[in-house]
Design a protein around this ligand. Structure first.
Ligand code: BV8
Ligand code: ZN
Length: 253
């Protein structure tokens, strides 16, 4: 669909609906960063396609093979070092700036691209890949960037192994981010779930909570997900195209 058709399609039935909403909460997943060149997890050529999630993104996986896990995260950090926010990230930052009301951006992504695009009220539910902390004492090393280039595994001053500051399977999500995310889902009158396969909990329960509390829920994804049957509106397409057209139409008088 061309962007003008998309705008026309959006303006007839969605812009009017969105314009009237004051409390907006948004959940993003890897799909919004796919357009920045970052692989998703469960897509056909996704990060999990070659290896099992549990081997790479869990405490057991790290303890069993810290080198493999460090190689994987170092590779993702290297790819991220040249990535720029995509049009979807930029559109959400623009929308937050121009919105008159509450605007909470909840992300499962660990790439930091929402903040880089200028979004300010961002809740990183799964941590940030650029952060490093000690597996043993939890401290974040004061020295600069920690890298793993295949030799000695990075260590903390306490002697513990350092690890990426992300949330692995079986780990609790950070507070107060998680509490604020559920508060935003309960109190919002519009919830958008964008670029996520809606399979990882507790993040995947946020749009369900929003719906249960009376919000209008819009899903933006080129594919259907387990949440699609529960969405009020499913916009099938890329985050960048749809959000750019949406924000452009919202800004038109
Ligand atoms: C926890 C590490 C308490 C960081 C990740 C309740 C029910 C069932 C299971 C559980 C539950 N509670 C807990 C669990 C277990 C588990 C879980 O949810 N398992 C699932 C798989 C069944 N959850 C946990 O362990 C969480 N911890 O709850 O602690 C606890 C503790 C012990 C026991 C019980 C409870 C921790 C979850 C975090 C795990 N960490 N990764 C990293 O390396 O990045 S998971 C990984 O998946 C990433 O973090 C990622 O953020 C997350 C979600 O993936 P998506 O973002 O959705 O990406 P995906 O590739 O799947 O989908 C991309 C989508 O984009 C697709 O739909 C595609 O169509 C779309 N797309 C593609 N292109 C575009 C697009 N969309 C728009 N535009 C495009 N251009
Ligand atoms: Zn330590």
């Amino acid at each position: 669909m061309s962007s003008t058709d998309l705008r026309a399609h959006l303006s007839q039935n969605i812009i009017a609906l969105i314009r009237g909403k004051r409390k907006i909460a948004i959940l993003t997943g890897a799909g919004i960063s796919a357009e920045a060149g970052l692989a998703t997890f469960r897509g056909k050529d996704g990060l999990w396609a070659k290896m099992r999630a549990e081997e790479l993104a869990s405490i057991q996986g790290f303890m069993a093979n810290p080198q493999l896990v460090w190689e994987w995260y170092q590779h993702r950090r290297d790819v991220l070092s040249s990535a720029q926010p995509a049009s979807g990230h930029r559109a959400l930052a623009e929308w937050e700036r121009s919105h008159d009301g509450d605007f909470t951006l909840i992300t499962q992504n660990v790439d930091g691209l929402h903040r880089l695009a200028g979004s300010s009220n961002v809740l990183e539910l799964h941590g940030n890949i650029r952060v490093t902390r000690c597996f043993k004492c939890g401290r974040e090393p004061i020295r600069g960037v920690v890298e793993f280039r295949g030799e000695e595994l990075p260590k903390c001053s306490c002697g513990g192994l350092l690890r990426p500051g992300v949330v692995w399977f079986g780990e609790m999500l950070p507070e107060p981010e998680l509490t604020r995310a559920f508060e935003a889902a309960e109190q919002c009158d519009l919830f958008l779930t964008i670029g996520t396969s809606s399979q990882v909990y507790p993040a995947a329960s946020l749009p369900v909570v929003a719906k249960e509390h009376g919000a209008t829920v819009i899903e933006i994804n080129p594919e259907e997900t387990p949440f699609t049957p529960h969405a009020d509106i499913h916009l099938s397409g890329g985050a960048g195209d749809i959000l750019s057209a949406m924000v452009l139409s919202l800004s038109a008088i």
